[in-house]
Design a binder for this molecule. Structure first.
Ligand code: TYD
Length: 203
């Protein structure tokens, strides 16, 4: 089973992913978590270019780099684990490319990004996608409390408004995506995640 978590930077994904992992592990499932971009040695090198590079990266090159990192992760880690019956949790997957590179950057048309996503994943789709929805302003304030901004985060407020609208559009279109209000207390959000997850778990 493949579960992805999505949302703009500062939406609270990482906290919830850790808790979901513990919850499922305690129930006896074999659970693996990967973050994107990253999760394999090659993909982590690509991550470093994407998030720490001081050079400008053209939006097409950026889209291809995120996709290259993903192709490596899917082929070498995710597919083999799914074939063994594991539960794989992803901290971002291709919806992020659609939202950030497609809706956010506004250079490569969204349908082209979606073709690229299908190629990079060889049509692998999540069984469930949890989209943690939060106001971009609030997310920005949460981020500043935690750490310095990376290359993507420096793109500015208008960019994050477009990314957020992109995730909303995807959630409205895709049945597998569940949009959950992440401005509530972490406990309430976590309970909502578990409620949706329980409906999908393999028995
Ligand atoms: P990360 O520090 O992992 O952020 P977060 O904890 O919010 O996930 O950085 C990942 C950054 O890369 C984040 O700004 C979102 C961006 N991103 C894309 O633009 N496209 C993608 O396809 C992916 C996977 C991430």
């Amino acid at each position: 089973m493949l579960i992805s978590f999505e949302g703009i930077d500062g939406c609270g994904k990482s906290t919830h992913i850790e808790k979901v992992k513990s919850y499922l592990t305690e129930k006896g499932y074999d659970v693996h978590v990967f973050r994107e971009p990253g999760g394999t040695p090659v993909s982590e090198k690509i991550r470093d270019i994407l998030l720490n590079s001081k050079d400008d990266i053209h939006p097409l090159a950026e889209s291809l780099l995120f996709s290259a990192a993903r192709a490596q992760l899917v082929a070498t880690s995710i597919r083999p684990l799914l074939e063994k019956g594991a539960i794989v949790i992803l901290d971002r997957f291709y919806d992020s490319t659609t939202a950030y590179q497609g809706y956010g950057r506004q250079v490569i048309p969204v349908p082209d990004i979606e073709r690229l996503n299908a190629l990079a994943t060889q049509n692998l789709e999540p069984d469930l996608t949890i989209y943690l929805k939060i106001d971009p302003e609030m997310a920005y304030r949460r981020r500043l409390e935690v750490r310095e901004e990376d290359r993507m985060e420096r793109a500015g407020p208008a960019f994050f408004q477009r990314v957020s609208a992109g995730f909303d559009a995807l959630a409205a279109r895709e049945q597998r995506i569940v949009a959950l209000d992440s401005s509530r207390s972490p406990e309430e959000t976590f309970q909502a995640i578990i409620d949706h997850l329980e409906k999908k778990l393999p028995r």
